[in-house]
Design a binder for this molecule. Sequence first.
Ligand code: GEK
Length: 246
Amino acid sequence: MSQADTLYAKPLAKLVDFTFDEKVANVFPDMINRSVPGYANIVAMSGILSAEFFQKNTYCYDLGCSLGASSLSMAKAISEPSLTIIAVDNSQAMLDKAKALLQAEQSALKEASCIDFICADINDICIRNASVVVMNFTLQFIAPEKRFGLLSRIYQGMKKGAILILSEKLMYDKEEQQRLLIDMHHFFKKANGYSALEISQKRQTIENVLLPETLETHKQRLNDIGFKQVEQWFQCVNFSSLIAIK
Ligand code: GEK
């Protein structure tokens, strides 16, 4: 049901900014697995960590859920009958595809029945009574000036001892470090079958939309907001994941 990502395989007359539309939703699993080093590890670990930190009678959130991979990982890992996972995305195309994939995968349907898919901007939703908040590769698409406010609202909605799993593409202040890590990311994409044209066209369409920050910026902001402990637990090339405990 999910197709190979060939969206940038042919020369495009006009390169428009990347959006999470139906065309992207149709190829998304292939696109993210071939583009994000370590993606599968992060999704799997999101489930493992959520099972350990989940508190009874609280909610789990998956912010920028796309096709629900992280939600499903949590749903499979947390064995709690009262579990509700609130999975939010502002792309209706993504949510339609997420539901269609779950319908097709009958084996996952029962586990996924605890997932409430909500179409909304994560800047506008109320986060409450949360023991697990997962934000895998979504903050990077939020306007930088809104990031502190959004993370503060998430923090306010979390229980004591709750966790935020924050996964992001990183950038580096030092030019030579930045250049090497970008090159290494492109080597990864090339090894996964993307042509030089595909890599170049995708880079041009996404560079105004996906705005990465440094590891230090992420850690400092989470500390400033008040998280008790902030740890980087994973990095593969320039893609990383942090855990922040309230
Ligand atoms: C996964 N977490 O598979 N409000 C809600 N959703 C948003 C917003 C917003 N303001 N901005 C972007 N999105 C997923 C992968 S993809 C990462 C996350 C990527 C959504 C957007 O529609 C898309 O589905 C998702 O965030 C980012 O574990 O494609 O690199």
